[in-house]
Design a protein around this ligand. Structure first.
Ligand code: NAI
Ligand code: MG
Length: 488
């Protein structure tokens, strides 16, 4: 791919391509289902293709599990729970979880490259964020496995049984880790379904789990589409559904399990406010805005997709933001210079472009830096919309792409009203020099996670989850462990 240009203080720079090698990556041309410690051909006899969204090349064919396949996986998980996993000393369970973490670290480079190939995310992020954080989740929860009675003092805790887990395509390996690690540490067995556009790192994780010698059936990976997910949700012998994805599917799941014994945690959409007060450190805030909305192409449930800037500094912030956007490199996810990679799928690109159209039709002012997008693959330049009304669909709905809306405000009360005026409540960011302002705003914003003078920081010890239509239940930390336990 040709070198790309970036502008710095009026000088144009050319970066030579710095492509990550794919030579060490081993992918099979066809993947079956990982059930009961074996690779099993799907009873559906169906396979689907997963592509690289950066160039539309087919990476592999992957099994499309049907109801019978899911039933086989749930039976394997139940048998492993009853006969092996629930009987094993917790300190032994911990060793397996540690071993998975160590093997993931050993194969970190391969996992990062496959994640970038399958999902379109930039290699710098999969290498430095997704994979290390995924390992950390296994390390962190391994530590709790034999200390459950200390984690929840004076409570009698017990595993739930079989956990059905359905994950999205924005952080494929990381979401698998968020789901599997606490479930195993709490003593459950698992049936996990990765998203249809990004199944490969979960299948690699199945290989790692196999190499770690985890007893058969403790973790089962079934690939497929929404119907496969629905088969997990509706299976009568699943004790818990853990779902991350769209609010629409979250609602379907909640209806489907109403009245059953199934517990659930739902981590759904977001439309998070990133608030810049007039005393904020402006340059740092601009970096925080960029990180908040352009990290992972904006495919982030907690993305800071609504920017609120106090009037006195609005002009300056917007000018600096545009200047910073001019230097962002959009292109090949495997190039270490790239800041914004490929949009995960054609469907998602269509959704984003649909919102861009709506913004323009509503008369909002749009800004996109001039950048050449690759000819094949799915790409969207970083985009700002200014002069947007609070009622605009761009402000109210989750776009899940590199599109930021900007609104201004005068007073704290005004920004609180605007920031909270959304069906979602996942995250927020506040930029100010004053500690008292931070405490005042954090107590009044309806959001599960609030960052102050930073954005998109994650740590396995820290619980994550939402209010309102962003779902319920927490993942990460002790709260994430508790979500996989019965407590008496
Ligand atoms: P989705 O919610 O349909 O997909 C997430 C997962 O759920 C996938 O593994 C999918 O196969 C599965 N699934 C789909 N229908 C199901 C059903 N009826 N029962 C059980 N599982 C089911 O999300 P999709 O269609 O990929 O993306 C559409 C929009 O959703 C995006 O534009 C974005 O706004 C939002 N989204 C939000 C995410 C978040 O973390 N906040 C993650 C993914 C999507
Ligand atoms: Mg793919």
């Amino acid at each position: 791919m040709a070198a790309k240009k970036t502008i710095n203080q009026g000088v144009e720079w050319n970066y030579s391509p710095a492509l990550e090698s794919t030579s060490h990556v081993k992918l099979k041309s066809k993947y079956d289902l990982y059930i009961d410690g074996k690779w099993v051909k799907p009873q559906s006899k169906k396979y689907f293709k997963t592509i690289n969204p950066a160039n539309e090349d087919v990476l592999a064919e992957v099994a499309h599990a049907n109801e019978k396949d899911v039933d086989l996986a749930v039976k394997a998980a139940r048998k492993a729970y009853r006969n092996v996993w629930s009987k094993m000393a917790p300190s032994e369970r911990a060793k397996y979880i540690y071993r998975i973490a160590r093997l993931m670290q050993e194969r970190a480079r391969e996992l990062a490259v496959i994640e970038s190939l399958d999902a379109g995310k930039v290699i710098r992020e999969s290498r430095d964020v997704d994979v290390p954080l995924a390992c950390n989740h296994f390390f962190y929860y391994a530590g709790w496995a034999d200390k459950l009675e200390y984690a929840f003092p004076n409570r009698k805790v017990e595993a739930l049984g079989v956990a059905g887990q359905i994950i999205p395509w924005n952080f494929p390996l990381l979401m698998a880790a968020w789901k599997i690690a606490p479930a195993l540490a709490a003593g459950n067995t698992v049936v996990l379904k990765p998203a249809e556009t990004t199944p490969l790192t979960a299948l690699k994780l199945a290989e790692i789990i196999h190499d770690a010698g985890l007893p058969s059936g403790v973790v089962n990976i079934v690939t497929g589409y929404g119907d496969t997910g629905a088969s997990i949700v509706n299976h009568p012998d699943v004790d818990k559904i853990a779902f991350t994805g769209s609010t629409g599917v979250g609602k379907i799941i909640q209806k489907a399990i109403a009245g059953t014994h199934k517990k659930s945690t739902l981590e759904l959409g977001g439309k998070s406010a990133n608030i810049i007060m007039d005393d904020a450190p402006i340059d740092q805030a601009v970096e925080g805005i960029v990180n908040g909305i352009f990290f992972n192409q904006g495919h982030v449930c907690c993305a800071g997709s609504r920017l609120f800037v106090q009037e006195g500094v609005a002009e300056k912030v917007i000018e600096k933001l545009k200047h910073r956007m001019d230097s962002l490199i959009v292109g090949d996810p495997l190039d270490k210079n790239t800041d914004i990679g490929a949009i995960n799928s054609k469907d998602q690109l269509d959704i984003i472009n649909g919102y861009v159209k709506i913004g323009n039709a509503e008369g909002a002012e749009m800004y996109q830096p001039k950048c050449k997008l690759p000819k094949s693959g799915f790409y969207c330049p970083p985009t700002l919309f200014m002069d947007v009304a609070q009622s605009s669909r761009l402000v109210q709905e989750e776009i899940f792409g590199p599109v930021l809306t900007i609104q201004t405000f005068r007073t704290v009360d005004e920004v609180l009203q605007k920031a909270n005026n959304t069906p979602f409540g996942l995250a927020a960011g506040i930029w100010t020099d004053k500690g008292s302002r931070i405490f005042n705003l954090t107590t009044k914003l309806r959001a599960g996670v609030i960052w102050a003078n930073t954005y998109n920081k994650f740590d396995p010890t820290s619980p994550f989850g939402g209010y309102k239509e962003s779902g319920f239940g927490r993942e990460g930390g002790l709260q994430g462990l508790g979500a996989y336990l019965k407590m008496n």
